[in-house]
Design a protein around this ligand. Structure first.
Ligand code: MN
Length: 192
C-alpha cells in the first residue's frame, strides 16, 4: 500500500499564535511529507509493503522504523489540534487522568516537565496500558509507545522544527502554550 500525507483538519494559519503558519508549512508540508515519501521508497519490494503503518512501526528497525515512526507520530500530532481546542478533557479521559495524577493540573505539570526535560529530539507521549491506566513516556527520535504495547493518545513533538521559528530555544514556552490548541475530544476518542 502507498502511504499518503494526511490532510490537516484546519487551515495552515488556524493554530496561530501557538503554532505559526510558517511552522505548519515547514513541519507538515516539508518534514512530514518527506517522512511519508521516504517510507514509500523504503517499503517497495519488501515484507513491509502490504503492512499498515502501525504494523510497520511495531516490526521495523533502522531507517524503516524512523520513517514509519515519524509518519505515524506526525499523523497523530497534527490531528490532535484545533483552533477551538484547549480547556480541560472531559468524561472517561478526565477520569483516567485524575485516577493517575489526582488532578488535570498535576498531570499537565508532569507532562510539561518531562517534555522540557527530554534531551535532544523526540516525543513526549501520553499513552494507555492494556489495563486502561495512563502513562507518560519520553521517547527519543522517532519513538512511539506502540513498540511498548501501549496505545498512544496525546503527544508533544519536541524536535526543534516543531517550535523553533516561534519560540527559538525556549521549549518551555512552547510546552506552556501547547495546551491552548489540544482537541480533547480527539484525544479521548483514541482511548480503548
Ligand atoms: Mn516533527
Amino acid at each position: 500500500m502507498t502511504h499518503t500525507l494526511i490532510n490537516l483538519p484546519y487551515a495552515v494559519d488556524a493554530l496561530e499564535p501557538v503554532i505559526s503558519k510558517e511552522t505548519i508549512e515547514l513541519h507538515w508540508g516539508k518534514h512530514h511529507r518527506t517522512y511519508v515519501d521516504n517510507l514509500n521508497k523504503l517499503i517497495a519490494g519488501t515484507e513491509f509493503e502490504e503492512m499498515t503503518l502501525e504494523e510497520i512501526v511495531k516490526k521495523a528497525s533502522g531507517g524503516m522504523f524512523n520513517n514509519a515512526g515519524q509518519t505515524l507520530n506526525h499523523n497523530l500530532y497534527f490531528t490532535q489540534f484545533s483552533p477551538d481546542g484547549g480547556g480541560q478533557p472531559k468524561g472517561k479521559l478526565l477520569e483516567a487522568i485524575e485516577k493517575q495524577w489526582e488532578s488535570f493540573d498535576k498531570f499537565k505539570a508532569e507532562f510539561i516537565q518531562k517534555a522540557v526535560g527530554l534531551f535532544g529530539s523526540g516525543w513526549l507521549w501520553l499513552s494507555q496500558k492494556e489495563n486502561g491506566e495512563l502513562v507518560l513516556g519520553q521517547y527519543p527520535n522517532a519513538g512511539n509507545p506502540l513498540t511498548d504495547g501501549l496505545n498512544p493518545l496525546l503527544t508533544m513533538d519536541v524536535w526543534e522544527h516543531a517550535y523553533y521559528l516561534t519560540n527559538q530555544n525556549r521549549r518551555a514556552e512552547h510546552a506552556e502554550n501547547f495546551w491552548k490548541i489540544v482537541n480533547w475530544e480527539v484525544v479521548e476518542s483514541r482511548m480503548k
